[in-house]
Design a protein around this ligand. Structure first.
Ligand SMILES: CC(C)(COP(=O)(O)OP(=O)(O)OC[C@H]1O[C@@H](n2cnc3c(N)ncnc32)[C@H](O)[C@@H]1OP(=O)(O)O)[C@@H](O)C(=O)NCCC(=O)NCCS
Length: 207
């Protein structure tokens, strides 16, 4: 990948709005977030953690925590959504996504702090993930959820995703959306710029 200059991760930050108009910053996770990220997962309700990881865990196992912090490695990325709470930058949501170049798809999973659920944060984050998918050149964005996770199913439906059976696991359902956004039409400014620079760098652009 790397026409998206990962050495300067801060330029890929976006400001999203909750339904009430409060600002939420979405940025790639950084090493300084290690403790706070683990604290975030520990503070999720048991049900939210189960829905996020499809199993009972109380925190991120060490190996997975390290993977979460290795942004860009093997086209896998973690973003955190943060908000100032009592003067501290606090993680209120996270998403992890992987770009599969072979199938031009972007796969993702996400969660929102229980105290902040129902404020439209996941809806906004999903739109932002669609921008990121388009900037990477993905033609589809998809995620998996437990069939019992009515909230995620409802969110995906409202966000325009279609549902298909999971190829390997009957307990899961896959939601998928086609991305058809030309780089110049990507609604998130930083990702529009990233896509336009990727397009300019690609060999076919100068052919
Ligand atoms: C699923 C999840 C990400 C939704 O986050 P959120 O920020 O609360 O979602 P939003 O506020 O954007 O709500 C979007 C839609 O979800 C549905 N929804 C949200 N909260 C709901 C609730 N408590 N009950 C029923 N539906 C709900 C609604 O359809 C809502 O749209 P509406 O407000 O227009 O009615 C959040 O519940 C979560 O983190 N769950 C645990 C982790 C998880 O399930 N991840 C998904 C699998 S990877």
């Amino acid at each position: 990948m790397s026409s998206l200059r990962l050495e300067d991760l801060k330029q890929y930050s976006d400001v999203l709005r909750t339904r009430q108009g409060e600002a939420i910053t979405v940025r790639f996770v950084e090493p300084r977030d290690t403790e706070e990220l683990q604290h975030y997962f520990r503070s999720l309700s048991t049900r939210s953690r189960y829905n996020r990881f499809f199993g009972a865990i109380s925190e991120l196992p060490k190996g997975l925590l390290h993977e979460f912090l290795r942004v860009g490695e093997r086209e896998r990325f973690t973003v955190v959504a943060t908000k100032m709470v009592d003067g501290f930058e606090t993680i209120v949501a996270e998403a992890r996504y992987a770009f599969h170049a072979g199938t031009s798809t972007l796969e993702f999973g996400l969660s929102v702090d229980d105290r902040w659920q129902g404020h439209g944060i996941a809806t906004a984050l999903l739109k932002n993930l669609e921008c990121r998918a388009a900037a990477l050149g993905a033609e589809h964005i998809f995620g998996d959820t437990l069939r019992s996770n009515q909230i995620m199913i409802s969110l995906a439906r409202k966000s325009g995703f279609a549902f298909v059976n999971h190829p390997d696991d009957w307990k899961l359902v896959r939601f998928d959306k086609e991305i058809h956004l030309a780089p110049k039409d990507i609604p998130c400014a930083s990702w529009r710029l990233a896509a336009l620079s990727r397009q300019a760098d690609s060999p076919s652009a100068s052919a």
